[in-house]
Design a protein. Structure first.
Length: 345
């Protein structure tokens, strides 16, 4: 049995937990959970976690395609083998990498991105998501996301022939139903705002591993309730703070070599090459292209002409539009505007 009581959550049991079994090489794409924070207990075998703080979202190229309701935001970057030409901003992402061993528990803060891979023949782990007050606003964002995804991807269009629903989703719901969900989510969140309890969440800002955890008790010697509090209006304290081992930020050597190049990466093998590699300014390394300067200039002019033609025929797809509209920061702003609009009535 997983005794979540030992972590300060006496009312949690197997019904509040998820069992994960994987084989060597199995992995989950880098993603961000929509709700709560996460406790993960490694039972058997080892798993390697790559974690990124929520502040690095702009470096991870978020997308909601394939769409999965109320669950995750995916990153388009393969974080263990990134395509630097397509995702240059990823060079600025701060990776926190840790290998979780049996008996260790990982605390994943709210909205931290994570990529997980199994590195042993068989791995077993159990996790439990802990609800947080901020989840009320997150549900509004999820209802908004579902409304936009279903509306745009259900529209007749040649580029909407892709499998945009995750296998966990059966079929898209109607626009009317989605708007009703959105209205109820906004109404529920505003209703709770009218009766605040001045609660301040106190959660360790960095992912951390706990190896030795004691049962949390309050000053009176009694255990805390399900959320680690005696009442709904007391601050949430992660109960194993003194035992946390911070997961360090692993500065990738390739990222460090970028220096002040603004995320641009040379695609050649010459370490001293400073030639840019973005699309509109083609690679001009002297060692890769020993031809004479006039010939290089003529070649570059031809390349630029080719790029201009590509720009003239640029096509923005529905997925491109959704990646912008459903960026977590945009969704958060739209949700705030919905709250403000309702408050004026």
């Amino acid at each position: 049995d997983v005794m979540w009581t030992d972590f300060g959550f006496p009312d949690r049991d197997g019904r509040d937990s998820t069992l994960w079994i994987g084989t060597e090489g199995a992995n989950t794409p880098c993603h961000q959970d929509s709700y709560g924070c996460n406790l993960v207990l490694q039972v058997h075998g080892r798993k390697r976690w790559h974690l990124f703080p929520s502040e690095d979202t702009h470096c991870l190229y978020p997308t909601r395609i394939p769409y999965e309701e109320s669950s995750v935001v995916f990153s388009r970057v393969n974080v263990v083998n990134p395509d630097w030409n397509r995702f240059p901003a990823f060079a600025s992402a701060r990776a926190h990498v840790v290998t979780l061993h049996p008996g260790q528990v990982l605390f994943v803060p709210r909205h931290w991105w994570h990529y997980v891979e199994c590195i042993d023949p068989v791995t077993v782990s159990i996790n439990s998501w802990l609800e947080m007050d901020d989840d009320d606003e997150a549900r509004v964002g999820e209802a908004l996301t579902k409304t936009l995804v279903c509306a745009l991807k259900s529209a007749p269009s040649p580029d909407n022939s892709d499998n945009w629903l995750n296998p966990t989703e059966v079929e898209p719901t109607s626009h009317e139903t989605n708007l009703r969900y959105l209205s109820l989510a906004v109404q529920s969140c505003l209703g709770k705002r009218k009766y605040p309890c001045n609660e301040t969440l106190s959660v360790n800002p960095g992912a951390a591993v706990s190896s030795h955890v004691k049962r949390k008790r309050d000053t009176e010697g009694t255990t805390a309730n399900k959320m680690g509090r005696k009442s709904q209006c007391e601050p949430l304290q992660i109960p194993f703070g003194p035992n946390l081992i911070p997961v360090p930020w692993k500065l990738d050597k390739q990222s460090a070599s970028l220096g002040d190049k603004g995320g641009e990466r040379c695609s050649c093998k010459h370490s001293d090459c400073s030639a840019p590699s973005n699309k509109l300014e083609r690679h001009r390394c002297e060692k890769c292209n020993p031809s004479s300067a006039p010939e290089r200039d003529r070649t570059n002019e031809a390349v630029l002409e080719e790029d201009k033609k590509e720009v003239d025929t640029l096509i923005i797809t529905t997925n491109d539009l959704l990646d912008c509209l459903l960026h977590p920061q945009v969704v958060s702003l739209v949700a705030k505007l919905l709250f403000d609009k309702q408050d004026t009535f």
